[in-house]
Design a binder for this molecule. Structure first.
Ligand code: NAD
Length: 342
């Protein structure tokens, strides 16, 4: 079966491409390399022995998207990762985000209708929940007004997909990711954030390797046990495997409704200080960090109720925080050796 992975050169897309190939799927990747590099293609192949079929494609170009599908009639399903994902940048440049995250989705869904592609997996996010009223958070929790244009694009995307499944043969699953971290165990692929990382773990590893002077911990006066924010950190390969299982559910027509949503997290919340402590244990070195003021837009705590994914999808995260951090640290050291562009 041929699966199109949009944004397949990116962080989660590349790990999912590996998991798909290892599950026997043929992977086709399209990407405009706005946040990734062509080298990733060979890095994927060095793990699986198979180079995915690749085409440079900017999904914002409707004509090019149409031409791609016209010339690739054999696609059985799509996993749609391509999007812009920096929350802060989305506040500064909302139209970039509405164009890149929404128009691209609409063009893809139009081609699905034209070429009868019925299986669609979408990268959503726990940001759709905002500040939760109850923890762990279930898929039934209310969607709160988004705190950024990025978060809003994920909410609107889910609505666009839902509406489309109501009037067409499309079947779709939105996976609401919690906080993906870590790298493939081979450390051939991993996360390569451009510029200053927005997320905790790449900031930790870049500080430890000497690329950043000091890690800023944004606030230790939150109403949590140690005062720092709590998140649900999931190993990127666990997340990648959830995509394969979700895709198989659609291909085998096991979905209960045309549009389904699943939380993809570990179910365990870890505070920023706990993550730092775990990293220090794994790396056997102290981390230079300093508590600074809160950062606007951060919610106090969010972690997943994974019951639905466990029971319905038959998926459960297998790797723990230490394992995830160990792989992230190994990856950072490898990146330094390879002198890849930061
Ligand atoms: P990433 O930036 O590493 O990967 C996205 C890929 O899409 C990149 O290779 C980029 O070049 C490509 N791309 C972007 N716009 C494109 C366009 N117009 N045409 C073609 N290719 C385009 O990001 P990621 O962390 O792998 O995230 C993948 C998806 O998961 C995104 O939709 C993101 O919003 C979502 N998500 C990520 C996280 C996270 O913490 N990483 C959390 C929740 C949801």
């Amino acid at each position: 079966m041929k699966i199109l992975v949009t944004g397949g050169l990116g962080y989660i897309g590349s790990h999912t491409a590996v998991a798909l190939q290892q599950a026997g799927f043929e992977v086709l990747i399209v990407d405009n390399m706005s946040n990734s590099s062509i080298d990733v293609l060979e890095d994927i192949a060095s793990i699986t022995g198979e180079t995915p079929q690749f085409k440079y494609l900017d999904l914002r170009n409707k004509e090019d998207v149409h031409h791609y599908f016209k010339t690739h009639r054999e696609i059985d399903g799509i996993i749609h990762f391509a999007a812009s994902k920096a929350v802060g940048e989305s506040v500064e440049n909302p139209l970039l985000y509405y164009e890149n995250n929404l128009s691209t989705l609409v063009y893809l869904l139009q081609e699905c209708a034209k070429y009868e592609i019925q299986n669609f997996i979408f990268s959503s996010s726990c940001t759709v929940y905002g500040e939760p009223d109850r923890l762990p958070i279930t898929e039934k929790a209310p969607i709160k007004k988004a705190t950024s244009p990025y978060g809003n694009t994920k909410q609107i995307s889910e609505e666009i997909i839902f509406d489309t499944t109501q009037v067409s043969a499309l079947k779709a699953i939105a996976l609401r990711y919690f906080n993906p971290i870590g790298a493939h165990e081979s450390v051939e692929i991993g996360e390569l954030p451009l510029g200053v990382p927005q997320n905790l773990v790449p900031f930790i590893t870049q500080t430890a390797i000497g690329l950043r002077e000091q890690l800023a911990v944004f606030g230790d006066d939150y109403p949590t046990e140690d005062g720092t924010c709590i998140r649900d950190y999931i190993h990127v390969m666990d997340l990648a495997e959830a995509h394969v299982i979700a895709l198989q559910r659609l291909l085998e027509k096991k979905n209960k409704t045309p549009f389904e949503v699943f939380n993809v997290g570990t179910g365990k919340g870890s505070s920023v200080l706990e993550v730092i402590q775990a990293f220090e244990n794994v790396s056997q070195m102290p981390l230079n960090y300093k508590v600074v003021n809160r950062r606007p837009g951060d919610v106090t705590a969010v972690y997943a109720d994974t019951g639905l994914a466990n029971n319905e999808l038959g998926w459960k995260a297998k790797r723990n925080l230490e394992e995830s951090l160990r792989s992230a640290w190994k990856w950072e050291q490898k990146v330094k050796l390879k002198k890849k562009d930061y």
